[in-house]
Ligand binder design. Structure first.
Ligand code: NAD
Length: 335
């Protein structure tokens, strides 16, 4: 019997990442080659014509798995019955804008969209926030959609995870698929911490630790970390636009692993609510290593954390606590 189509909401669908992401979803790269989808595309009124253009292209591509496309500027209509919500909509930082102004715009968007999802989405809807500040937008969404289980609200750090894998593979002249179990801890920002202490590489001589094979602590403890933290800015400098293709691909990786499960012996990085694991403040949306099974993620437990890692994990946690305070002050509420 054919499976029911999965309804996938993409907010900010007329934007750059949206344009790269929707064909990936329609081709089965997010939910698998046997899962039909119905795309719900949301954008704002000034982008309505562009959004319609995206819908026209989706129709023209005649994707076999794509059963329908709903393109709308009405948030309530967009959220109706969705099983998965990919939140790309956000207000970008513009020249001369203070951090607080950007936060204030985004917090209001996420408060409103939380309420629409809470009222309209399917039970057990899984949410992935991509728009920046991704962790704090997800936190606001979680706080203002209390009936959505907190385990269902996540943010994207898989792009940073993939970036770290890509750098290691380049350094060792291997393929990305040979590298696994890097970790991104913390905030999707320039304080994120790519940790390679548990990462391994499959070679013709068997599985080796990345630290052993790279054998260059300066590169691992400095260059790699800075490169991953600053990669977004480097892409903007080179391409003149912010990363879209890699962000869309990472969003597919995030949802595919979450829904279909992580490979045996592997984990991914996901921004999820903290249950206090590794001493991280309870309730923050913080990126941890997770494994996924039966549509549920679990934080990988018991990894040894050295002093170097501890300091970096605490620094990115501190930034998230400050962002949370700023977000609440924008809403005129105390924590
Ligand atoms: N977490 C990550 O790894 C990661 C990586 C890359 C980009 N990002 C972030 O993802 C977001 C999207 O990036 P992009 O390059 O596609 O941006 P973009 O500006 O091209 O697209 C954003 C879209 O959102 C729409 N939008 C704005 N407010 C909206 C609202 N209230 N409701 C519905 N739509 C709304 C805009 O009209 C626009 O079409 C940005 O915030 C970016 O910083 C995150």
């Amino acid at each position: 019997m054919e499976k029911e189509p999965t309804r996938v909401l993409v907010t900010g669908a007329a934007g750059q990442i949206g344009y790269a992401l929707v064909p990936m979803i329609a081709r089965g790269l997010m939910l698998g080659p046997d899962q039909a989808v119905i795309l719900h595309l949301l954008d704002i009124e000034p982008a309505a014509e562009a959004l319609n253009g995206v819908k026209m292209e989706l129709i023209d591509a005649a994707f076999p798995l794509l059963k329908d496309v709903i393109a709308t500027t009405d948030v309530m209509e967009a959220c109706e019955g969705v099983d998965i919500a990919i939140m790309l909509a956000g207000f970008p930082r513009q020249e001369g804008m203070e951090r607080k102004d950007v936060m204030s715009k985004n917090v209001s968007i996420y408060k409103a969209q939380a309420s629409a999802l809470e009222q309209q989405a399917a039970e057990n809807c899984k949410v992935l926030v991509v728009a920046n500040p991704a962790n704090t937008n997800a936190l606001i969404l979680k706080e203002f959609a209390p009936s959505i289980p907190e385990k269902n609200i996540t943010c994207l750090t898989m792009l940073d995870h993939n970036r770290a894998i890509g750098q290691i593979a380049e350094k060792l002249n291997l393929h990305a698929s040979d590298v696994k179990n890097v970790i991104i801890w913390g905030n999707h920002s320039s304080t994120l911490y790519p940790d390679v202490n548990h990462a391994t590489v499959t070679t013709t001589d068997g599985v080796k630790r990345v630290r052993e094979l790279v054998a260059d602590d300066h590169w691992l403890n400095k260059e790699l970390i800075t490169t991953v933290q600053q990669r977004g800015a480097a892409i903007i400098k080179a391409w003149k636009l912010s990363s879209a293709l890699s962000a869309a691909s990472a969003a597919c990786d995030h949802i595919r692993n979450w829904v279909l499960g992580t490979n045996k012996g592997s984990w991914i990085s996901m921004g999820v609510y903290s249950d206090g694991s590794y001493g991280i403040q309870h309730g923050l949306i913080y990126s941890f290593p997770v494994t996924c099974k039966n549509g549920e993620w679990s934080i990988v437990q018991g990894l040894k954390i050295d002093e170097f890692s501890r300091a970096k994990m605490d620094a990115t946690e501190k930034e998230l606590i400050e962002e949370k305070e700023l977000a609440y002050s924008c809403l005129g509420q105390s924590i």
